[in-house]
Design a protein around this ligand. Sequence first.
Ligand code: OOG
Ligand code: MG
Length: 260
Amino acid sequence: MTDWTIDRAVTELLSREADRRDGGRITDAWPGLDLPTAYQVQDALLRRKLDSGEQLVGVKLGLTSRAKQQRMGIDSPLTAWLTDAMVLPEGTPVPVGELIHPRAEPEIVFVMGERLAGPGVTAATALAAVSSVHPGFEIIDSRYTDFAFTLPDVVADNASSSRFVVGGNGLPAQGLDLALEACLLGIDGEITHSATGAAVQGHPAEALALAANSLGARGIAIEPGWIVLTGGLTDAVFVEPGREISAEFTHLGTLRMTGA
Ligand code: OOG
Ligand code: MG
């Protein structure tokens, strides 16, 4: 028996976010929290955000690269929701004081041109539905102490989502080899991490297909205009006041972001 419910978990996670505090894993208190229930928590958390006036703008993948899986100790990819309140316009400082312990990770971002509904979506069909490809940063800010969580914990916490930047004007997917698109991550001008798009499931379009198929299994489609973050290419780095983090991509361009 447990006195934990989906609603209680949502309230706990949202109050940690509002109060800028981390805390213990939900699964410590609610060991019965399995993956399907964790996605129900995630969906209920989204509904609360929408009820308070936020708009759904897309979906993110998490734990799609080995670098991220190894760091977090979880080897299965997941999806989570993006709302307009998470959008950080390019060039805007990261409001570190409004966050708990933000980390930044470089990502390849798709803006969708066509609807994509699994099952049966392949990387080729997925890529054909993309309207533009952008360089991006995700700022993750787990509501768990030290980013320590199990898969159901992190799914319930909307995959640590906090803010994201979608850079540039975007390029058409056709003509880009996204498996070979390289990214150099720098801190205060020094390169600390590097990867190519192949780090993400072999190709970012494979990650997009994975999102379409796993959402499809829950009866949800990826809609035209949605933003899709395909997952951190490298490990994430802490954002600190005054620290400049850069992501230099081969063709997508360079993004810079500073902690405020
Ligand atoms: C979970 C979110 C993972 C990614 O891109 O892999 C993620 C976390 O690392 O806290 O956003
Ligand atoms: Mg991410």
